[in-house]
Design a protein around this ligand. Structure first.
Ligand SMILES: Cc1cc2nc3c(=O)[nH]c(=O)nc-3n(C[C@H](O)[C@H](O)[C@H](O)COP(=O)(O)OP(=O)(O)OC[C@H]3O[C@@H](n4cnc5c(N)ncnc54)[C@H](O)[C@@H]3O)c2cc1C
Length: 321
């Protein structure tokens, strides 16, 4: 017999563990299935998580897992491949190792994939010297030679943003639209040189970024390079339930895809909730955790409503007999 959990949480990052903590503390039977590759794994530390500033990502998650299991939640390593509704009796969740687990409700927190620009060498330095988020890494590269790789309409915005952390910022226009005259004036006023020669690759020394190589062979010394990944929701499990990622735009430009949900995390499929980066591309660790709690509380309310309906039906049957 397969155990029927109240909730199976797919993904054990900040969002999933936070949801699982709320549900375990609500005395729900919770199973978290986690593939173990959170988005920020390449980073040395988590920043802007109040009261846990600078904690290594793995340590934060280990503490979260201990809190969940401390309240009776179960966490298993594994990868969910698909889920399907089983009549009116919840969901059957398939794992890559061939197991199937059952759940009355699902909380899917599978995160997103950062798709990097097609410049050789970026992937090897991702999360250490190739960066995207000033709130995650800005302080750590303050005052350093920072490059901003233009690949879309936000290149100038990115250069002006990172200027807050370093006075030595260079904008590599690369494949971005050419800056307008107004933008060139702004960049000049902030002391940001503009390089129009396309970028061919990066240079390293001792495994760290040392420069940005242009197609004409020139190397511009830089110790940090900012890129704008495409943020693509890891939505395969949700797709198996009929929920597809929808393209997300910022100022008219597509920045990625996410699975839509209401403010509590409820999706268009009854019984399926989402939280974290799979539905909110800009969620940081602390906001992903907050969304997990919100969804967990909403899920518990939904289960309470069902438990009450079932109890009323049972009570009426008992009276009728
Ligand atoms: C390099 C880098 C550095 C960052 N630094 C910071 C920082 O300093 N501060 C900050 O606030 N934010 C930072 N972030 C953002 C942070 O990573 C996200 O906000 C956070 O990871 C979102 O949490 P999540 O739970 O939604 O997703 P994730 O943390 O990505 O967790 C998703 C989990 O789901 C699992 N999973 C996926 N698919 C399946 C499946 N099919 N079956 C089972 N499990 C599955 C994954 O293995 C993973 O463990 C950084 C991001 C990057 C890329």
């Amino acid at each position: 017999m397969e155990t029927q959990h109240d909730v199976v949480v797919v993904g054990g990052g900040a969002a999933g563990l936070s949801g699982a903590l709320a549900l375990s503390r609500a005395r729900r039977s919770v199973l978290v299935v986690d593939a173990g590759d959170p988005r920020n794994a390449p980073a040395g530390h988590v920043h802007n998580y109040l009261a846990r500033e600078g904690t290594p990502p793995a340590d934060l998650l280990a503490a979260g897992r201990a809190e969940v299991t401390g309240y009776g939640g179960t966490i298993q390593a594994g990868r969910v491949t698909a889920a399907k509704r089983v009549d009116d009796d919840g969901f059957a969740v398939s794992l890559a190792d061939g197991r199937t687990v059952r759940a009355r409700r699902l909380l899917v927190t599978t995160g997103l994939v950062d798709e990097l620009p097609a410049v050789p060498g970026l992937a090897e330095l991702w999360g250490t010297d190739v960066l995207h988020c000033p709130y995650c890494h800005g302080w750590e590269v303050r005052d350093q030679p920072v490059g901003v790789l233009g690949t879309g309409p936000f290149a100038v915005h990115g250069a002006l943003l990172w200027r807050q952390w370093s006075a030595d910022v260079t904008l590599f226009v690369h494949t971005a639209p050419a800056p307008s005259d107004d933008e060139l004036e702004q960049l000049a006023a902030r002391g940001i040189p503009v390089v129009r020669e396309p970028v061919a690759g990066v240079e390293t020394a001792g495994g760290r970024l040392s420069g940005v190589r242009l197609t004409d062979g020139t190397v511009v010394p830089r110790t940090a390079l900012v890129v704008a990944p495409r943020f693509t929701a890891r939505s395969a499990v949700l797709a198996s339930l009929g929920l597809e990622g929808v393209e997300q735009e910022m100022h008219g430009a597509v920045i990625g895809s996410a699975v839509p949900a209401d403010p509590m995390g409820a999706t268009a499929v009854p019984g399926v909730w989402v939280a974290g980066n799979v539905t909110t591309l800009h969620a940081q660790v602390i906001s992903a955790a907050a969304a997990g709690l919100t969804a967990g509380a909403a899920l518990n309310a939904d289960l309470i409503a069902e438990d009450t309906r079932l109890a009323v039906t049972a009570a009426r049957s008992a009276v009728a007999v």
